[in-house]
Design a binder for this molecule. Structure first.
Ligand code: ARG
Length: 492
């Protein structure tokens, strides 16, 4: 489903509102009566009602709303609020509505205020009087809570899968890169040689944390709010443990005021999405840089690149630029939502309706971006000549200093000596590779012939000794471990 456009400028929104207000008396009288119309003398202002309605976007909760209502009807029957015959009529009615809604997206439309009102209206149209009893002891305040929690719990596995696909693409590239080396960077300056696999697995590690973080979000949404009513609880002895089990929750929200005003799981979802987008954005930025002329470490597949309407030579990495750009949108959703929450008085407030569009938009943004990143990473081609060339030169300076340390020179002294060498060699346009044995010795008597063997990228990576290092054996162990993790996720 496409994300609703929430970014319409405010001015346009007011203009639309003004037109609607002006046109209000002329609007068709076909709008369904709101669920709450009994208390009011006059018809609600149609433009305002339409403006506050959420059905256009909360129809995405349709399945969850029906599932929640089916469980609620069963709980009401068990509490003897509904007769078995009434409960059966409701179940049958809701099943037929669910089937129809699943088969035909266009069915989910109408003048209704929200998806809850829609389902109740259609149910009453289909089964009559028993349908009018479904909302006994329930409020849309606890209903929307259960819908949102069911939705988050239902969608998280797909979101995790889209992130796993990016990880798989990175891991496949890492395995294919073998012992290829490249420069690593700090401050965007060449730092030390690393293996290409090591570099790729760093991005995989961040995304793997996102997969785990979404599991925490899913667990946070795991509490069943029905029985809270509007705020104070409900007068019917519904079995909330039964409801929780029926709907796949392992616990019940303990406090009815909290149950109707808590959206922490939405905040956590938006945070997890934003952080995953930050990680995808950093990957995207690397791909943009590393596939460009200046680095050229990887070649971007023609299939994922775009051209320029004016410059014939251009091959642009648009999809990765968009991923990078959309991270801002996701962060905006989180920041905006936290701002919505921060001053809410306790209990349900209509402001909470704002939870939906940001959640859906962040979900779509992340799924789309992960999909784009997967295709781009999968189709990257490594340019070993370029990465190898990039991994030579002064980024071997630490290895030269460590050579002196091995000869008994204190590290700080070694650092100063090699720093001085670099300064002089830069002035002379020289590199380590061009120094004669005599010239090495002139810099420090501890430099023996073996020093020439340490100043290669391959020797540099092999000299690393820690398990998290770029030593090819260590990287292979990291690779095997994440491959096992991926296989474990598949087995689930
Ligand atoms: N559409 C509303 C929402 O998303 C449903 C709950 C409405 N409750 C109410 N008391 N108006 O929050």
């Amino acid at each position: 489903m496409p994300a609703p456009d929430r970014r319409r400028p405010v001015a346009t929104a007011f203009l639309v509102l003004a037109v609607l207000v002006a046109a209000a008396p002329a609007l068709a009288q076909d709008s369904a009566k709101p669920l709450w119309s009994g208390r009011f003398d006059v018809e609600p202002n149609k433009a305002l009602l339409a403006w506050g309605a959420s059905f256009s976007f909360d129809k995405r909760l349709f399945e969850d709303d029906v599932a929640g209502s089916m469980a609620w009807a069963e709980a009401l029957a068990r509490a003897n609020v509904l007769t078995p015959a009434e409960a059966q009529a409701i179940q049958r009615g809701l099943s037929s509505i669910l089937e129809r809604g699943r088969a035909d997206a266009a069915f989910l439309s109408g003048p209704d205020e929200d998806v809850h009102s829609f389902v109740e209206r259609v149910l009453i149209e289909r089964i009559g009087e028993p349908g009018r009893k479904l909302h006994t002891g329930r409020s849309r305040n606890d209903q929307v809570g259960v819908d949102m929690r069911l939705y988050v719990r239902r969608r998280v596995p797909d979101i995790q899968q889209s992130l796993v696909a990016v990880i798989e693409a990175l891991v496949t590239q890492a395995a294919a890169a073998g012992d290829a080396v490249m420069p690593s960077y700090t401050h965007v300056r060449r730092a030390q040689p690393v293996t290409v696999a090591h570099y790729l697995l760093a991005h995989a590690a961040a995304l793997r944390r996102d997969v785990e973080r979404f599991a925490v979000v899913r667990a946070e949404a795991d509490a069943m709010p029905l029985g809270a009513g509007a705020i104070a609880g409900t007068n019917y002895a519904v079995d909330t443990a039964f409801l929780a089990a029926k709907l796949g929750f392992t616990k019940v929200v303990a406090n009815s005021i909290d149950a109707t005003s808590d959206r922490d799981y939405v905040s956590s979802f938006l945070h997890a999405s934003s952080l995953a987008m930050v990680h995808l954005s950093r990957l995207a930025e690397d791909v943009v840089l590393f596939t460009g002329e200046e680095f050229g470490f990887f070649v971007l597949s023609d299939a994922v690149a775009t051209g320029s309407s004016l410059m014939p030579q251009k091959k642009n990495p648009d999809p990765m630029e968009l991923v990078r750009g959309k991270a801002g949108r996701s962060i905006g959703n989180l920041a905006g939502w936290l701002a919505t929450m921060k001053s809410l008085p306790s209990g349900y407030n209509k402001d909470l309706q704002e939870d939906k569009e940001v959640l859906f938009d962040s979900e779509d943004t992340l799924m789309g971006s992960a999909g784009a990143a997967t295709v781009v990473v999968r189709t990257l081609t490594l340019d070993r000549a370029r990465t190898t060339r990039g991994a030579s030169g002064f980024l071997l300076s630490t290895d030269v200093a460590d050579y002196l340390v091995a000869q008994g020179v204190a590290f700080r002294t070694a650092h100063e000596i090699v720093g001085g060498m670099v300064r002089k060699m830069l002035a002379e346009g020289r590199e380590f590779e061009t120094l004669t044995p005599a010239e090495w010795k002139a810099y420090h008597p501890a430099f023996g012939d073996a020093v020439m063997q340490v100043v290669t990228a391959q020797a540099s990576v092999r000299a690393k000794k820690t398990p998290q290092s770029t030593n090819p054996d260590a990287v292979n162990a990291q690779l095997a471990e994440i491959q096992q993790w991926l296989a474990g996720r598949k087995a689930k």
